[in-house]
Design a protein. Sequence first.
Lengths: 234, 234
Amino acid sequence: MDTQRTGPRARTGAVEPGAGRSRGRDVPPATVARLPGYVRVLRSLSQDGVVTTSSEELAAGAGVTPAQLRKDLSFLGSYGRRGVGYDVVHLSEQISVALGLTTQRRVVIVGIGNLGHALASYSVFAERGFAVVGLIDADPAVVGTTVAGLVVQPSSALSDVVSAADATIGIIATPAAVAQDVCTALVAAGVVGILTFAPRALRVPPHVDLRAVDVASELQILAFHDHRRTGTGA
Amino acid sequence: MDTQRTGPRARTGAVEPGAGRSRGRDVPPATVARLPGYVRVLRSLSQDGVVTTSSEELAAGAGVTPAQLRKDLSFLGSYGRRGVGYDVVHLSEQISVALGLTTQRRVVIVGIGNLGHALASYSVFAERGFAVVGLIDADPAVVGTTVAGLVVQPSSALSDVVSAADATIGIIATPAAVAQDVCTALVAAGVVGILTFAPRALRVPPHVDLRAVDVASELQILAFHDHRRTGTGA
DNA sequence: TAGATTGTTAATCGATTAACAATC
DNA sequence: TAGATTGTTAATCGATTAACAATC
């Protein structure tokens, strides 16, 4: 699907680090988008008992080139040793700090249909530092049911749920028709990041970061290449 | 999540159209990725009875700038009229032809856990030209159950299911640990496009197009901006 | 030391934006 | 015609790649 960036995309290029940490340089959006993949590989290597790695090994695991990996890391600092490589645990920690993964973020999910249900139950979120703290749905038949240990709340409770749990991220898994209203409500409730699965462009104020996943669009992009290769469909 | 492109990404830039149709020019990957969004907006406008639109209106609906929209369309041909705008139905058809959406593509889903179940039941796929024709799972407790009108088949049947239904696209919704094996099996069975939700880099041969959605990575990217804004987590 | 591998620089490449001539 | 809006060109910008000096 489609990965749409708004909010920070409006900035001219890179993203300003916080309090002069790292190397004081900005981190380009394309680099930020690859950092989670590096952390994932490093944690996997660490679990396998690997102590030191190289840009070649790490890049292969993440599906990028060694040059790109080193370039990406250079925006964060100098965490390797020439002639030696990278300490797996240390590099993992440094990237995690840069990404802000040392604090657990709280997430609310709006729209507990098939997809919302799957996301609420997705164990990888917890493994990677996120806590699902609230579920919201507009359907009275769904409200009150328990999903993944949480009782689904009505739409009217959205603001209270976000506030009470101090959630900073909202996931929209509703039908497209109501996605903008949900988005607006989430922003009003105070979230600063939104991940939407609804197939519709959403508008958010500049201080809110929006990412969009459109699985049907992803298939259509695959169809384009299928089409080009096989010549069907024209 | 993360949108990873392999296969065609290896080409130097743009994508060769099929038999000299459109304008004979290549379509850049970034443009291809936006075309589904334009079709979505055009179909919505059409349903609302709108006959003619402008680059301004269409771009607003898709969340891009008018200049970018016109630039994107210029790779497909000249389908507008200066001073007037675009015929909604005609432009929608032209982009659909370029994307190869005039032929229905057949999709198999591997991994019928929470996410696979949600995808199998996702009505938007059918609305946008895809038919889910096979469901595969490795769990004997899941095999034989009916999901979205299809009986889940065992892993051993993967190749037969792909062949019998002539599926060209595979969706991987399995745990990360088995994703590469499933990917390899799908390629061997003959699919030419793969959409994976497993948080792991996958390798495919050059003729296969791979797109990857990693929802946990998407949240981590949001966390980065949250972190930069609030200063927490360092 | 010699070999290995990083971090950085410079060059290339692709994508976006702005402006405007073409033309309906 | 006058006004509107496209399609395209040129300029800018950001991302990627390659090469290599630095240095462990």
